[in-house]
Ligand binder design. Structure first.
Ligand code: FAD
Length: 393
């Protein structure tokens, strides 16, 4: 089974096929080795730049490809089929591009988007803190206006691309007394040097050790009287940061759903191949009904999550509200990804536990999708809140 491309335009088909080919030729053959040694995939990133993927949804007038979220999501499925960490390198970049395109001033668009479109400047997205993840409004990082700049103090946690990025969309409190708290939150576009050495009150501690999702770094960011120019406040005026980040994360959720589909798809490909090769009790295990039931359920779940993901992406592309749909797609695709990977692991028997087999990596990567861009519990709250708002008495 491979992701089918029916219902897409000629251009969408071509782009997705190109990324599929890139994944098969450039990512899958090297992913396991790079991941084992936690090596950043410079060569793959160079290829992504060449394909224009860093400017995927950025309008052509700013140097991007100007493509839609649906095509992007289908490309993320392909990249994640190869290695989930590769989609992690572009995910936060894509969210920040979306935020600048929607909420940035014209000056900010001109200043950042062209360099982002080529991948010369890559982006990170930072809300989470050591003591506040799901409860975003409980963050403590503070930005105080001082002349033509903000002075930032605080600590951020779990910043994917925190080391190599050149721009961080940073959620801060500009008015900690505001009630409700989200009205006192703003987003600063923090420019930094890619790499560990920073000037002026920004420290990047050594990257966090992780179960999976290796190759791409996840770091803390520590701000101590770090100055950010007022011109880098996203949009016009303070107090809009929470909404800006939430809108960014909404497209991010479609992206995580796409990752779920991609990782699950790969787990299925490995399982259906292995089930036909491995024999037990005198025949390939694929001939045992117990294994066939597993394969049937796996493929059905993947197809259902693919359709949910496409439905959310298409709604967003049509300019319709899609918070409920993006939440559903993220919730379902991440949960079934975890289940499908586990089933593939079981089909591999003892070999699934061996580092020699690709499923071992998928088994460690999949759980992140249950947590990143909002946990499953938080998705359910978002979905229920949206449903209640759409169905008042
Ligand atoms: C590898 C990795 C990369 C990440 N990258 C980024 C990044 O680039 N940028 C960024 O900002 N963040 C990032 N994160 C952070 C991630 O978004 C948070 O971990 C996530 O939102 C959960 O927050 P938390 O870890 O503080 O858990 P908590 O919020 O402490 O939640 C703990 C548990 O309580 C549950 N819970 C919390 N509140 C409720 C409630 N109201 N009802 C029911 N259950 C609840 C949660 O579902 C969870 O099961 C990353 C995390 C990881 C692991």
């Amino acid at each position: 089974m491979s992701i089918t491309l029916e219902g897409l335009t000629e251009e969408q088909r071509e782009v997705v096929s190109l990324v599929r080919q890139f994944t098969d030729e450039q990512i899958i053959p090297v992913a396991s080795e790079l991941e084992r040694d936690d090596i950043f995939p410079d060569q793959i990133v160079a290829g992504l730049k060449e394909l224009g993927l860093f400017g995927f949804t950025i309008p052509e007038e700013y140097g991007g490809l100007g493509l839609d979220l649906t095509t992007y999501a289908l490309c993320v499925v392909e990249l994640s089929r190869g290695w989930m960490s590769v989609s992690g390198i572009i995910n936060t970049h894509f969210i920040v591009a979306d935020m600048i395109m929607r909420d940035g001033t014209e000056e900010q668009k001109q200043r950042f988007l062209p360099r982002m479109a080529t991948g010369e400047m890559r982006c990170a997205f930072s809300m989470t803190e050591p003591e506040a993840g799901s409860d975003v409004q409980a963050i403590r990082t503070r930005a105080v206006r001082d002349g033509d700049g903000y002075v930032v103090n605080g600590q951020k946690m779990w910043v994917t691309n925190g080391l190599r990025s050149g721009l961080v969309a940073l959620l801060v409190k500009t008015d900690p007394e505001a009630k409700p708290a989200h009205r006192g939150m703003s987003c600063l576009l923090v420019e930094k040097q890619p790499g560990a050495a920073q000037d002026g009150g920004l420290t990047i501690p050594p990257q966090l050790g992780k179960l999976g999702y290796k190759g791409v770094e996840t770091t803390e960011l520590v701000f101590q009287d770090h100055r950010v120019p007022v011109a880098n406040l996203l949009g016009e005026g303070e107090g809009h940061g929470f909404q800006q980040m939430m809108s960014g994360i909404e497209v991010g959720r479609v992206n995580v759903a796409a990752r779920g589909v991609g990782v699950a798809q790969r787990a299925f490909e490995l399982a259906i191949r292995y089930a036909q090769e491995r024999e037990a009790f005198g025949k390939p295990i694929a001939k045992h009904q117990g294994i066939q039931f597993k394969l049937a359920e796996m493929a059905t779940k993947i197809e259902a999550s693919r359709l949910l993901m496409l439905s959310a992406a298409r709604k967003k592309d049509a300019g319709e509200r899609s918070d409920v749909e993006a939440g559903m797609a993220k919730l379902y695709a991440s949960e079934i990804c975890h289940e499908v990977v586990e089933d593939s692991f079981r089909i591999h028997g003892g070999y699934g536990y061996s580092k020699e087999y690709e499923i071992e990596r998928l088994y460690r990567d999949a759980p992140l999708l249950l947590i990143g861009e909002g946990t499953s519990e938080i998705q359910k709250l978002i979905i229920a809140r949206g449903l209640l708002a759409r169905n008042p008495l």
